[in-house]
Design a binder for this molecule. Structure first.
Ligand code: FE
Length: 148
């Protein structure tokens, strides 16, 4: 399980990056959230194996869960499912995903296009690209990118 942004302080000190939980098969995401003591309203978006999920989704061994906090920028997951925003039912549109620009060469990462030649599917938010991804034009690392 991975925590981002303001949820990171909830991670146990021994496992700050990737938390291994030992829930039984069929336990839900919500049970995992409770185990970490995270208040429900702080969690805005849940991804299970990189697809949007609800808190009552049952988990099985090996599932990867990412939790995003309430202040996280909105985006849809790459399978195109529509996620609701906070406790309101306002829908998130794909057009709201941010573009990011390579500060070295000026290449612009457009989430609606992704970078399919390098394994990044269209609809992937910049934040969801693997950390070892590099600028397809100049090879600069992800940390050289800034929001456009
Ligand atoms: Fe570049």
């Amino acid at each position: 399980m991975k925590l981002t942004g303001s949820l990171r302080p909830f991670a146990p000190q021994s496992q700050p990056e990737l938390i291994q939980t030992s829930l039984k098969d069929g336990a839900t995401v919500w049970e995992a959230i409770q185990l970490l003591g995270i208040p429900r309203e702080r969690v805005k978006l849940i991804l299970v194996n990189h697809a949007g999920a609800l808190s009552d989704q049952p988990l099985k061994n090996g599932d990867r869960v990412s939790l995003f906090p309430i202040e996280y920028p909105v985006f849809t997951d790459w399978e195109g499912s529509i996620l609701s925003k906070g406790h309101s039912d306002e829908m998130i549109r794909e057009g709201e995903m941010k573009k990011w620009k390579c500060s070295v060469c000026g290449y612009i990462y457009d989430p609606s296009k992704g970078d399919p030649e390098n394994g990044v599917k269209p609809g992937t938010a910049f934040e969801e690209i693997p950390e070892d991804w590099v600028c397809p034009k100049c090879g600069a690392g992800k940390d050289m990118f800034e929001p456009e």
